[in-house]
Design a protein around this ligand. Structure first.
Ligand SMILES: [Zn+2]
Length: 274
């Protein structure tokens, strides 16, 4: 294992990307491998696919945690892979790919909230994201899809809404590792732009109930259960603030009581209740 790969458990790896501090996953069985999230454009995905091929030549399957560009616009790099996602992820890509591309091409060109990166901007401008073809049961808490990789299996769960309405988590029960997508963040505050604040904490509860030893966030360092539990408590505070706003409390008072920065809290307060 070398470069930006980090081995979390036997056959379970995370790759740390310099752009956006994105973290993607790789699970290695004896007959196949599972790639979790694909990067934010075709060039990014092709580069990640090359990094995977330096680790293994086994047939690959892809699982997408959700439809935000940085997690799924690189899928075309994984030629021939079956691509799993929640049906809401497919819908989100279909409906929002154009808007996400425009917004983030501009962000990478101007350095708005991200390190300026004109090469990344050009690659994203040329990306038409591939759609997932293998869809999970959309119901929260439905039995997971079980992917047998040979000696090791991975389970794809939709435990409820949170960061989006279609978050998928990937659990490797034999190794105690869970890939959480952006339901958890260790590099900064969670992103509420498409969130369901009222449900997020209980979805993290359902993740912790699977008793993982390591939780891998969509951005930043792997977390221990106690760190995820701390984030769960913060998310519950935000949910309570949203409920108070629905009852008429003023946003300025609520922002002052949030565990997160004002801009993050205002985004959360702007999301539909319930
Ligand atoms: Zn996201």
């Amino acid at each position: 294992v070398r470069g930006r790969w980090r081995e979390l458990a036997d056959g379970v790896l995370a790759y740390r990307h310099p752009t956006l501090d994105l973290t993607t996953g790789l699970v290695l069985g004896t007959r196949g491998c599972l790639v979790i999230d694909t990067g934010g454009d075709v060039a990014w995905g092709a580069r990640l696919a090359g990094q995977v091929r330096r680790i293994t030549t086994l047939p690959w399957t892809v699982a997408l945690t959700h439809g935000h560009f940085d997690h799924c616009f690189g899928t075309a790099g994984f030629v021939g892979a079956p691509v799993w996602a929640h049906p809401g992820c497919r819908t989100a890509i279909e409906r929002t790919a154009t808007a996400q591309r425009e917004r983030w091409v501009e962000a990478f060109r101007t350095g708005d909230g991200v390190e300026p990166d004109p090469v990344r901007a050009d690659a994203l401008a040329a990306t038409e994201p591939a759609l997932p073809g293998e869809l999970t049961d959309p119901a929260p808490g439905a039995p997971p899809v079980r992917l047998d990789l040979g000696g090791l299996h991975a389970e794809l769960h939709h435990l409820g809404p949170g960061h989006t309405d279609h978050d998928l988590v990937v659990h490797v029960p034999q190794r105690g590792v869970l890939f959480a997508g952006d339901l958890l963040e260790s590099g900064g505050p969670p992103d509420f732009e498409d969130a369901r604040p009222a449900h997020w904490a209980s979805t993290v509860d359902a993740m912790l109930a699977l008793r993982p030893r390591v939780l891998v966030p969509g951005h930043g360092d792997p977390m221990e259960p106690r760190q995820a539990a701390r984030q769960r408590a913060e998310l519950a505070v935000v949910a309570a603030l949203c409920a108070r706003q629905a009852r008429g409390d003023h946003p300025d008072d609520l922002v002052a009581q949030s565990p997160y920065p004002p801009a993050t809290t205002r985004t959360a307060l702007g999301r539909p209740p319930g």
